[in-house]
Write a protein that binds this ligand. Structure first.
Ligand code: ZN
Length: 435
């Protein structure tokens, strides 16, 4: 017979302890995520809504408070029976970061765990003409400035996601190919980590349109039932993000969603990706501007701020300028046929237009609504709604911060305990009374 420490019973006890740890971690995630999605509420209400029992909820809330993820709120108004104190997401202890490099700028955003923007900075930069390491240095510098500001307030970053317009290899932290930046095999995560002095939070890499799609989904709020969303962002490059069943479609190696490089014309214009006739060559900003204006027109001058150039195009269209309206109509036709194919494949509930497509949405949206009804096989275009992004240039950095925060909501034990936890006695609130 084996001894007490090596017998079969010991193995079972270990497995069961591991199970208990896993169950507790899962339940912590359930409570934290519930409050992030639905806002402040009492422990009793959390118990009723999640199906966890009240004592368990009190203990989970106590631990989440000591980990800096939840905090005590006000006394619940209009509660039936004895009024309880609500708990809510702690917006002061931690923040999550997103940093984006794109053709015309580098941008960084810090978000509290409740989803509020704490800091945001966008630095205009002609990144395509600069050496990759110079751009990465500027990205790290801008991120460091934001980190300094949040740390000065006593807030700790939980993670950073870098957003790039290209193929991003999550497993190696390398940008495999970002043709519009001229980047190939760039170890961006390592470069930024080194320049930030090897911080203790994780740094991830993702495609900017994927992250923007996550931000669009989150921006719809807790009452939205949308689970199938297609985001299309138009700039010099055309990017896309596909959300199916509430999850981002990433593909086998994370390279899914390169909608701009779907070939639409075998003999078409050369694309920066090295192929010909990609969708981007007919619906990208360059295609529109080439049709809308002569080469020496200021709207085609990359030295002029992009938002100013787009505003000029919008004004010309609004004034009825025939050439501009003709250009929008021609790009719109390609937009309809490409989006029609995507809607046939994915049957999204919502097609969100971002970037310059949103700036000129006044013209693109009616053309798409009408065109999709004719192009899509399913009746009524499969029920898809065409909408404009309200997030502007912040979509990708917001998505990056959301992704960084998600890691802590998925596993709240990643946030360190700040005080010893007494599971038998729920955390007293800041006035000393027990909730
Ligand atoms: Zn291409």
């Amino acid at each position: 017979m084996g001894s007490k420490t090596t017998g079969p019973g010991a193995g079972l006890a270990t497995a069961s302890t591991a199970d208990q740890v896993a169950v507790r971690r899962h339940n912590l995630a359930v409570v934290a995520t519930h409050l992030r999605r639905h806002g402040a509420r009492s422990r009793a209400r959390i118990a009723a809504e999640t199906g966890l029992n009240k004592a368990t909820v009190s203990s989970l809330v106590a631990e989440l408070c000591t980990r800096g993820l939840l905090m005590e709120g006000e006394v619940e108004r209009g509660a039936v029976g004895r009024p309880g104190r609500v708990v809510e997401i702690d917006t002061a202890s931690y923040c999550a970061l997103g940093a984006e490099v794109n053709i015309d700028y580098v941008s960084v955003l810090a978000m509290d765990l409740g989803g509020g923007v704490v800091e945001e900075r966008r630095v205009p930069m002609d990144t395509a003409t600069m050496a990759p390491d110079v751009v990465q240095a500027r990205m790290a510098e801008t991120t460091a400035e934001i980190i300094d500001r949040v740390v000065a307030r006593g807030t700790r970053p939980v993670g950073l996601t870098l957003a790039v317009p290209g193929l991003s290899d999550e497993s190696t932290g390398q940008v495999h190919d970002a043709p519009n930046l001229g980047w190939r095999d760039q170890p961006v995560v390592e470069a930024v980590r080194r320049r930030l002095g090897h911080p203790d939070f994780p740094i991830h890499l993702d495609n900017e349109a994927n992250l923007a799609a996550l931000a669009e989904l989150d921006d719809r709020g807790p009452d939205s039932s949308v689970q199938h969303l297609l985001l299309l962002t138009g700039a010099v490059g055309v990017g896309g993000g596909v959300v199916c069943g509430g999850q981002l479609l990433r593909g086998a190696r994370g390279f899914a969603g390169e909608l701009g490089h779907v070939q639409v014309d075998r003999d078409g214009e050369p694309c920066p990706c090295g192929r010909r006739g990609c969708w981007e060559t007919v619906v990208g900003l360059k295609a529109l501007l080439r049709l809308a204006a002569d080469a020496d027109d200021e709207v085609r001058d990359p030295a002029v701020d992009l938002e100013r150039r787009l505003e000029a195009v919008r004004r010309r269209a609004a004034a009825g300028d025939e050439r501009t309206l003709g250009a929008i109509d021609e790009v719109g036709r390609w937009l309809v046929s490409g989006c029609g194919n995507l809607v046939n494949v994915f049957n999204p509930e919502v097609l969100v237009l971002g970037g310059y497509f949103a700036v000129l949405g006044e013209w693109f949206v009616p053309q798409l609504r009408e065109g999709l009804r004719a192009h899509v096989f399913a009746p009524d275009a499969g029920g898809v709604e065409v909408e404009l992004s309200g997030l502007g240039f912040s979509a990708a950095v917001r998505g990056g911060a959301l992704r960084a925060a998600q890691a802590v909501f998925d596993d709240p034990t990643l946030a360190p305990v700040r005080e010893p936890i007494d599971l038998d006695h729920p955390t007293p609130d800041r006035t000393g009374a027990l909730a």
